[in-house]
Ligand binder design. Structure first.
Ligand code: GDP
Length: 186
């Protein structure tokens, strides 16, 4: 997928990013349910951006979710572009309708350098982002508190949103952030 193959600019876009297996597909399913229609992707390939349009009641595109390829299998590199397809950085840097990057980190796994690199890069690009800690249903109350604190410290964040695609914890809060980023009044 080359930059010129991105869909034409339209509704506000939200990008979803995370290491492979972080729970991105599960969260996207929970967020969109039956409400989305896939508008663009390259069949049979996982290393592409999948764009999903969310429609309003009049079947008009209300917002677009961009599901970016999972990263993290490549060994730690100086640039996030190593081990990531070349179109990712141009997409994140230049897509003018991109309103918010949702960065997923696994609450059951200590801070990973690849996550840190992505977040530092988004900071340098001055992209609006939110970090969500996935699969929190797997942790007890104390474990959850400890893990979230460690991730916040390691990634130098003011806030991290605990979420579970399984139980729905945090989903409402994430929707509120997404709607606000898209200028939706809810
Ligand atoms: P992706 O590679 O980032 O798209 O990750 P998936 O959504 O395919 O999830 C990876 C694994 O984590 C699967 O076995 C899921 O069932 C599991 N998983 C995803 N989200 C959750 C969650 O909220 N809670 C629990 N307990 N497991 C989850």
């Amino acid at each position: 997928m080359a930059a010129e193959q991105f869909p034409t600019l339209g509704a506000p876009e939200i990008a979803f990013l995370g290491r492979s297996n972080v729970g991105k597909s599960s969260l996207l399913n929970t967020l969109t349910g039956e409400k989305s229609a896939k508008v663009s992707s390259t069949p049979g390939r996982t290393r592409t951006i999948n764009f999903f349009a969310l429609l309003d009641q009049s079947q008009r595109e209300k917002m677009i979710f961009a599901d970016l390829p999972g990263y993290g299998y490549a060994k730690i590199s100086k640039s996030i572009s190593e081990g990531w397809p070349a179109f990712i950085e141009p997409y994140l840097a230049m897509r003018s309708t991109l309103k918010l990057c949702v960065c997923l980190v696994d609450s059951n796994v200590p801070m990973q350098q690849s996550d840190r690199q992505l977040i530092d890069w988004l900071r340098a690009e001055r992209r609006d982002f939110i970090v969500v800690a996935t699969k929190v249903d797997r942790l007890s109350g104390n474990e959850r508190t400890r893990s979230l604190l460690a991730l916040k410290k390691g990634l130098e964040l003011d806030a991290i949103l605990p979420i579970s695609a399984k139980t729905g914890v945090g989903v409402k809060d994430l929707w509120a952030r997404i709607d606000a980023a898209c200028g939706e009044l809810n």
